[in-house]
Design a protein around this ligand. Sequence first.
Ligand SMILES: *Cc1c(COP(=O)(O)O)cnc(C)c1O
Length: 407
Amino acid sequence: MDSQTLMMLSEKYIAHTYNRFPILPVRGKGTRVWDLEGKEYIDFFAGLAVCNLGHCHPKVVKAIQDQAEKLIHVSNLYYIEPQIQLASLLCEHSFAGKVFFCNSGAEANEGALKLARKYAKEKIGEDRYEVITMENSFHGRTLATLTATAQKKYHKGYGPLMPGFKYVPFNDLKAVRDAIGPKTCAVLLEPIQGEGGVNIPSEGYLKSLRETCDEKGVLLILDEVQVGMGRTGKLFAYEHENIEPDMLTLAKSLAGGVPIGALLIREEIAKSFEPGDHASTFGGNFLAMAAGVAALNAILEEGMLENCRRVGEYFLSRLEEVKKKFPFVQDVRGRGLILGLELKMEGAGIVREMMQKGFLINCTMNNVLRFLPPLIVTEEEVDRMIKALEGVFKKINNDQLSTVNDQ
Ligand SMILES: *Cc1c(COP(=O)(O)O)cnc(C)c1O
């Protein structure tokens, strides 16, 4: 079937919860994706920070193939070898003593919220259930994680939301301190906000927040669904801050593109989860676990973190040059390979023009161009993308100048 027919069938049969760009990717390798028409794109979006290793990483592909031939599902009533391997690897490379596996970021955050409530009720008091989250956060689309997501646009039409959440501005320590009360059990936040516009907190904010949580007897939960697994140049974003969280959630890139979610838990807190307390049919299944082991080993072994740091710094410096040249660029920011360019106008048209030029980029919050390339992206690919972006920007500059002259 041709692209047009397929797109028409998609509109006919698939719920309209997404605004899709009119291309149909069918093949990918490394930083490249090809559509049904054979057009090549350099991918600076990586399936929303999922394909950190690049598309179809050979070790991930092989792990899925080998596992699919052996065993696909038995359920968590039995011990599952690759699940044990992935949990061991995650604990060895983080603060965690235990891991709970599920299938998505929202589910990982649901698990964190449930465990925070249960732990606090058991250890501190019956009335401890409230969770503080940050404005412009994003934690998922289930009712609880949607409520945790402090952005009105996502809440519209879904009331009544879950009770027990309080919102404060991101990067404002005093606001959190003022909000913590006798009912508070946890603070949940992204160490760098992704959907909220690539917002990086000030130096020392997370450290002070950790100290505040310790002082008040409140759990610190980090949502690293988007920025974990090497995206910031370290395996976990919290490693930049000299702190450890009590819980941390992962999903997106954890299994190199296969659906997965994980809740990493400090040993002492994990004790509040007993048999029967929480579960997931597919959580920790063979395919996702085998892919996860291959993906994590690839990140650790192949110099990806180093590449991410080096190319990330270069990328940010190139974006800073772009900002100097174009007055409608408000700000640029980034750490490792999550970068944002904030515009003084909407960015959707720019994303479309970049796609025509063969580059997949993203726009979030209407006016922040977001770049999330695979961690294997090269300086040369960054140069090509920046050149294309400057081409689009020059056209906007000229258009704006000509409107000024017309008046
Ligand atoms: C994408 C995302 C989620 C939700 O993950 P799903 O797998 O879509 O449920 C949660 N938190 C953050 C920070 C995310 O970027």
